[in-house]
Design a protein around this ligand. Structure first.
Ligand code: SF4
Length: 212
């Protein structure tokens, strides 16, 4: 797990496969992205995609949320896990930012918002095509990166991100987190990973050790 292991070259096949692919959240602008990322914490992207059209028909921008309140918002997100807490966060964020154009563009300001941790901030920055200040470490990345042999096991996303930052060059930070996440969603599933069709199978510890 050293920087000189040329992981950028070994991981190139998944970067080529997934680079630039839009996040599975069906957002249409940065405002929707921000709100959907907050709602999707501990919930599924598919569920948030389902409730989003109605939510954004009522609340098309931060301005409309800023003049609303938690009680009015809750019925529109009541099918989302922890909806009450998330409604509070969203209203507070809207009152703080006031307008869509004030959505932060750097890590420090994003993580200062209620309900936004480093994972969410990294997702937002990647989708907004901003220079990466970290690496997305979602549940898929937490599972896949140790399997490959990139890092050691940890269930803590922040610790996983720290390890990834140590072994991967900054030039690929923006895309590698989401590439590992897509790999985990589509190929490197929790059980029965499809190693035979995996584009990085020759450089994966899990696959190499199960073939010896
Ligand atoms: S070779 Fe198998 S275990 Fe390794 S990353 Fe690919 S699917 Fe996952």
């Amino acid at each position: 797990m050293l920087f000189n292991e040329e992981w950028d070259i070994k991981l190139l096949p998944i970067l080529n496969l997934y680079k630039g692919r839009k996040h599975p959240l069906n957002y249409e602008n940065h405002y929707q992205l921000l709100i959907m990322v907050i709602l999707s914490t501990q919930d599924s992207d598919a569920n948030i995609n389902k409730i989003a059209p109605n939510l954004f028909a009522i609340y098309p921008n931060l301005e409309s949320l800023a003049v609303s309140n938690t009680e009015a918002l809750i019925p529109h997100i009541s099918k989302v896990r922890n909806f009450s807490t998330k409604a509070n966060w969203i209203i507070k964020i809207a009152q703080h930012l006031k307008e869509d154009k004030n959505i932060p563009s750097i890590m420090e300001h994003l993580v200062a918002l209620k309900g936004i941790g480093r994972k969410s901030a990294n997702v937002i920055m990647r989708e907004m095509k901003l220079p990466a200040e970290g690496i997305i470490a979602d549940l898929h990345v937490i599972r896949v990166a140790p399997r490959i042999g990139l890092i050691s096991e940890s269930k803590d996303g922040n610790k996983v991100e720290k390890q990834l930052i140590q072994v991967l060059p900054k030039e690929i930070w923006s895309e590698i987190g989401m590439s590992l996440s897509f790999l985990g969603r589509e190929i490197c599933r929790p059980t029965n990973p499809k190693c035979d069709i995996c584009p990085i199978n020759t450089n994966c510890n899990y696959n190499n050790s199960s073939n010896t």
